[in-house]
Design a protein around this ligand. Sequence first.
Ligand SMILES: [Zn+2]
Length: 172
Amino acid sequence: MTVTGELLKRNRAHADRHPGRASSMVPLLQTVLVTCCDHRVDPAHVLGLRLDEAVVIRNEGGRVTPDVIRTLTTLATVALVENLDLDVEIVVMHHTDCGTSRLARPEHAALAAQIFGVGENEVEAKHLADPVAAVRADLRLLRNTPLIPTDMRLAGLVYDVETGAVDHVEEE
Ligand SMILES: [Zn+2]
């Protein structure tokens, strides 16, 4: 069986359990989670996130990039258009042994700058080899984004791929 065949088989089991109606556009936990696309970091497993609970944005490293800011802006716009009264928390979760840490060396600065949408001179401040510092840098970036309300609840997490444990990272 191909991978797609296997996935379709698993989907049939999901569809059999589905209530047969769409749930609310508002996620149950009113949470947007930004995390890495790494296969070891799937929040459904790592955080026990269930269907309908959170909007999940995944990219290389789980970084707050211009693309992520644009997505957050779109989500906020939809909420405004739909007149939704929300109390959203944004959670940024990075992890140990991230593939993006391999781009931390100065010779990869141009590539890293392109991936993360920053200037080459800003790559060092992304802290690619230090997930705790990287989470703090991204929380700071969100705090300094004009479109994010100043009282927005933000949280930082680092997942350890060796132990399976998540640590809470305080904002600085
Ligand atoms: Zn990663």
